[in-house]
Design a protein around this ligand. Structure first.
Ligand code: OAD
Length: 247
């Protein structure tokens, strides 16, 4: 690991533009569950089409709401870990661009000011009706499912992107442009299975960027990465911070 960290530190120093893409593994050491861990991941215990799709919400909005309220309570209780904090310091010291699939807001709470949130945020609600643009910050993680206070035509729902829904085109455009332009791309704590996020590393590589994966487990990206650091994100970023003298 020492030698790999040294190489990554050198690449950071040489880089004109670095992009970091994060996934659920970055928040694992804050106590939040990943999705695809074979035993403990959400999708080992819950059906994603029931809990995270427009069809699932239409079938049983109360169940879906309850699940998100439970997840919100966990998010509120969690604290950013050394990976969130290290990434924030890299951003302010070196202008690194951050793209995340996470909806938990821990990057922002760890000090990141600019975060491209591909899949939305769990700490907001909006009206489920496409005709209504009501949106609000979550203020109560224990309340029951509510009708939209503005139109009263539909339910409020969490402002996360569900399976089968499109990502915000402006957000994709930003993430693709940054991936296209960067010369160093880090894929951290993601299984690299969900598109379009999983395609950004390929996009960067096709333009000649160095691609680095930080993940204790092998993923779909591992064999194509220029460097794989198979350790926890918190450990890697803590050591990288010390090496680059950012703390
Ligand atoms: P996954 O659950 O698919 O992958 C999490 C990855 O984190 C796995 O590859 C783990 O090996 C890795 N991991 C676990 N602990 C780690 C640690 N301490 N340090 C570094 N890596 C660690 O989660 P995502 O790739 O984020 O979408 O999933 C992508 C999307 O699928 C999510 O945003 C979510 C889900 O369905 C939506 O909810 C729209």
């Amino acid at each position: 690991m020492e030698e790999k960290l040294k190489r990554l530190g050198d690449w950071f120093t040489q880089s004109q533009q670095t992009v970091i893409l994060t996934g659920a593994g970055v928040s694992a050491e804050s106590g939040l569950s990943t999705f695809r861990d074979p035993q403990q991941g959400f999708w080992a215990k819950y059906d994603p089409m029931e809990m995270a799709s427009p069809e699932g919400f239409a079938r049983d909005p109360h169940l879906v709401w309850k699940w998100y309220q439970w997840r919100r309570q966990q998010v509120v209780q969690a604290s950013p870990n050394r990976a969130h904090i290290g990434i924030a310091r890299l951003q302010s010291a070196l202008g690194v661009k951050l793209i995340t699939q996470n909806v938990d807001g821990l990057h922002q709470r760890g000090g990141s000011e600019q975060v491209c949130q591909l899949h939305g945020t769990i700490m907001r609600n909006h009206c489920n009706s496409a005709q209504c643009d009501y949106s609000e910050a979550v203020s109560n993680t224990r309340c029951e499912l509510m009708r939209c206070p503005e139109c009263d035509n539909d339910w409020l729902r969490p402002s996360v992107v569900w399976f089968g829904e499109s990502l915000d085109p402006k957000v994709i455009q930003f993430a693709e442009a940054e991936s296209y332009q960067c010369d160093l791309f880090l894929s951290v704590g993601t299984s690299a299975q969900v598109y379009p996020a999983a395609g950004f590393a390929q996009l960067a590589k096709s333009r000649g960027a160095r691609v680095v994966e930080i993940n204790p487990n092998a993923t779909a990206l591992s064999s194509r990465a220029d460097l794989v650091i198979a350790h926890s994100a918190a450990e890697v970023f803590q050591r990288l911070e010390a090496q680059l003298q950012l703390s």
